[in-house]
Design a protein around this ligand. Structure first.
Ligand code: 5GP
Length: 187
């Protein structure tokens, strides 16, 4: 069987809706972002800070597209739980191992919806005295942000539907879909 984005990776599940970004478009854009970041950070290799768990697939691919001696670290913040609407509450569930003092820090985010998570993370990490702090977000939902995002790098702007795949879940499922799709509730 062939999946909606043309790959032979199929999870038979009626909750998986239409393809929002195909596997090949994801890989192409991540490679482009890697090349841009490689050029921008020449001579000052960044510490990539991934936001668990959603950004781990993006970070793994992006890290391999950056031709610099980077380091990686992870933190986890509470977001939606298993519901599909924002709680507005952001809490650090797992903190970084690395000391950020004088480091060039690049936050790697999967998706920006209201922007509340990112705005909290930025304030929190800036207080740790990095040499620089920028953000790369794979996905930004169109028109939903109440805060100024100030993203140095952005993968795709997508419609404000709830999406799954490439790291993004519903109740821990669908992260391993190699493309992004809409989620069909009760589908
Ligand atoms: P924000 O704070 O910007 O409203 O939400 C950011 C976080 O909410 C993301 O890191 C992600 O965990 C979750 N999120 C936002 N939109 C979606 C979505 O469409 N699908 C999934 N699976 N998670 C989302």
């Amino acid at each position: 069987m062939i999946s909606a984005d043309g790959s032979d990776f199929v999870i038979a599940d009626s909750c998986i809706g239409r393809v929002v970004v195909s596997e090949s478009d994801l890989q192409r854009r991540v490679a482009e972002l890697g090349r841009t970041i490689t050029a921008d950070y020449a001579g000052r290799p960044p510490l990539l800070v991934g936001v668990l768990k959603g950004a781990c697939f993006f970070l793994a691919d992006l890290a391999r597209a950056i031709d610099l001696p980077i380091e990686i670290d992870f933190m986890a913040v509470s977001s939606y739980g298993s519901a599909t609407t924002t709680s507005g509450v952001v809490r650090i569930v797992k903190d970084l191992d690395a000391d950020l003092t004088e480091r060039h820090v690049l936050i790697v985010e999967d998706i920006v919806d209201s922007g509340l998570t990112l705005s909290y993370l930025r304030r929190n990490l800036l207080a740790r005295n990095p040499a620089s702090l920028e953000v790369v977000a794979l996905l930004v939902k169109e028109g939903l942000q109440s805060v100024d995002l100030d993203l140095a790098y952005q993968g795709f702007s997508i419609p404000p539907d709830f999406v799954i795949g490439y790291g993004l879940d519903v109740a821990e499922r669908y992260r391993n879909l190699p493309y992004l799709a809409t989620y069909v509730e009760g589908g």
